[in-house]
Design a protein around this ligand. Structure first.
Ligand code: ATP
Ligand code: MG
Length: 565
């Protein structure tokens, strides 16, 4: 693994950590955490948070905890717990033995809640959900005290015990922190800290029918674990006063510092878990690991490498202001990584048969091909050449337009690593479609150059028809047609911007024989096409499936530029 991509340039959070180390604020400790809720698969936005939290720990000899924030059993599932762990590991990070679950703290969190009640700082409210909303006020109008706000400590203890004992229905009673109903910050207007929820939990079973609310559970989990820097996204900035209130009003072992940064937004992509869940649930994609999904599982299946994802996260940096990152930056990161590492191969995606009439019918030559011009240590391989070949349908035009330099009747081109060939005759079917080319080759041009110095304007890739292996190749494109599908235009739902051409399946491709043994997940550059990865799910022995990770160049940038000019 290329460890250099584990280290990111500095940013305002790393500056805070460095300053805290220099002033010995936490006794030299750096403890961060990544706290996903197990209610979906991780996506590239989470990767940014993972690289930040694990990266800072790694750079400072600290540790980063993986903590499942599993306080809402209605939406959570062990499938997600498992996928999250696999994805963090795959990205190259290690939580050592620091794997935690907020649900492991339910007893402690319950005890803390009782302590707040005893101190007169929490009360059981019996307003309905609707009444609670009405009392909360608005951004401009203060809230109103609930008529239940001044219940005695004894009554609150009795009611909270009854909540826990399962004597109340959902929504009839809630435990609230007693802070300030007139605070300009709505989060401080007596927020709920425990609610009744009659749902079994994937870890605690039906031991509990009350569950702690996020802000309460999160602050206390951080404190219990001795987190030093609790890094979260900007939408929690307004929750920080509540985070601090909880920790200031309870005898907690530590008081972590919450620091907020801007979440990743990516063009042509949605990163909301709710929307990703909808795309999966409604069958717009084949699953969480559909290669068009921005999930880590999807990107992995698409052929993205952990190195590329970490390089991307380092390149986008960490800032305090929201922005939209161009998805071309992500594509650039994987191209850059695979260019250095992916073995080259020849693959004909839309085959057109070529017969070389003057090549001996029973002859096969093994020609030397370079595995990676960027890395000579990757060596060479042998590619068979014979009388019948496939070339790319697009590489021939019967009536070539200006600037089309590839094969056409009477024209000569180079076959990579092989010979010059000239098109002598075109065979068509009854509908007039070209089905076969008859060509001649010049034996003197073996290896790709003519001794008489004559030049050709194009070099084509090819495979030997008798040796090629048939394969399915899936060409993926962006899942959305607009830059920011989440910003509703004229009230349109993000799903109206789904790209109908985001997947093209080519089932009749022909690959050079060296690809027969491609291990699932292995990546290649198909010459002149782009980077491809052997699918890990749908390939069967003898029936390989390859996914296009990314094309060789940023064709979208060109299309967009053309559209604008
Ligand atoms: P939700 O809470 O709505 O289910 P979420 O995307 O916030 O969705 P979490 O599981 O709570 O999901 O996220 C875990 C961590 O990842 C949080 O600390 C969150 O701030 C961070 N995170 C989530 N989305 C992004 C993003 N787009 N960019 C950076 N960090 C993110
Ligand atoms: Mg969240």
């Amino acid at each position: 693994m290329d460890r250099s991509t584990l280290r990111a340039p500095s940013d305002f959070i790393r500056d805070i950590v460095a300053h805290d180390l220099a002033t010995n604020k936490h006794g030299g400790r750096v403890v961060t955490r990544f706290p996903p809720e197990p209610n979906g698969y991780l996506h590239i936005g989470h990767a940014k948070s993972i690289c930040l939290n694990f990266g800072i720990a790694l750079e400072n000899g600290g540790v980063c905890h993986l903590r499942f924030d599993d306080t809402n059993p209605a939406k959570e599932d062990v499938e997600y717990v498992d996928s999250i762990q696999a994805d963090v590991r795959w990205l190259g990070f290690d939580w050592k033995d620091k794997l935690f679950y907020a649900s492991d703290y339910f007893d402690q969190l319950h005890d803390y809640a009782v302590q707040l009640i005893r101190a007169g700082k929490a009360y059981v409210d019996s307003l309905s959900a609707e009444e609670l909303r009405a009392h909360r006020g608005t951004l401009t109008a203060p809230g109103r005290n609930s008529p239940y706000r001044d219940r005695s400590v004894e009554e609150n203890l009795r009611l909270f015990a009854a909540m826990r004992a399962g004597e109340f229905d959902e929504g009839t009673h809630v435990l609230r922190a007693k802070i300030d109903m007139s605070s300009p910050n709505i989060n401080l207007r007596d927020p709920a800290i425990f609610r009744v929820k009659r749902v079994p939990h994937h870890r605690t079973g039906d031991r509990w029918c009350i569950y702690p609310m996020y802000d309460f559970a999160h602050a206390l989990s951080d404190a219990i674990e001795g987190i030093t820097h609790s890094i979260c996204t900007l939408e929690f900035e307004d929750h920080r006063p509540l985070y601090d209130w909880v920790l200031d009003n309870l005898p907690v072992p530590s008081h972590p510092q919450q620091i907020e940064f801007a979440r990743l937004n990516l063009s042509y992509t949605v990163l909301s878990k709710r929307k990703l869940l909808e795309l999966v649930g409604q069958g717009h994609v084949s699953g969480w690991d559909d290669p068009r999904m921005p999930t880590i599982a999807g990107l992995r299946r698409r052929g993205y490498t952990p190195e590329a994802m970490r390089a991307f996260c380092a390149a986008i940096g960490v800032a305090k202001r929201d922005s939209l990152v161009d998805v071309a930056m992500l594509e650039h990161a994987v191209r850059d990584d695979l260019n250095k590492r992916a073995p080259r191969a020849m693959a004909v995606l839309r085959p057109l048969r070529v017969v070389i009439d003057n090549y001996p019918a029973d002859q096969v030559e093994e020609l030397d091909a370079i595995n990676n011009p960027e890395d000579p240590s990757m060596g060479t391989r042998r590619v068979p050449f014979s009388r019948e070949l496939y070339i790319e349908r697009d590489d021939f035009r019967e009536d070539p337009p200006k600037q089309f330099y590839r094969l056409a009747p009477g024209r000569e081109v180079r076959l990579r690593y092989a010979y010059f060939i000239r098109c002598e005759r075109v065979v068509k079917d009854e509908r007039g479609e070209v089905v076969e080319l008859h060509c001649s080759y010049d034996p003197a041009t073996r290896g790709g150059d003519a001794p008489d110095g004559r030049k050709v304007k194009a070099t084509l890739h090819w495979v030997s028809a008798g040796h090629a292996i048939p394969a399915e190749v899936r060409l993926y494109d962006r899942l959305f047609t607009v830059e920011n599908p989440s910003v509703e235009k004229e009230g349109a739902d993000y799903r109206t911007f789904l790209n109908p051409n985001s997947l093209e399946v080519l089932s009749d491709c022909q690959l050079e024989p060296s690809l027969a043994g491609a291990a699932p997940g292995s990546f290649y550059q198909f010459e002149r096409h782009g980077y491809f990865c052997a699918d890990t799910v749908d390939a069967k022995p003898g029936q390989p499936v390859f996914n296009r990770t990314v094309g060789l160049r940023d064709t979208w940038a060109k299309i967009e530029a053309a559209g604008k000019s």
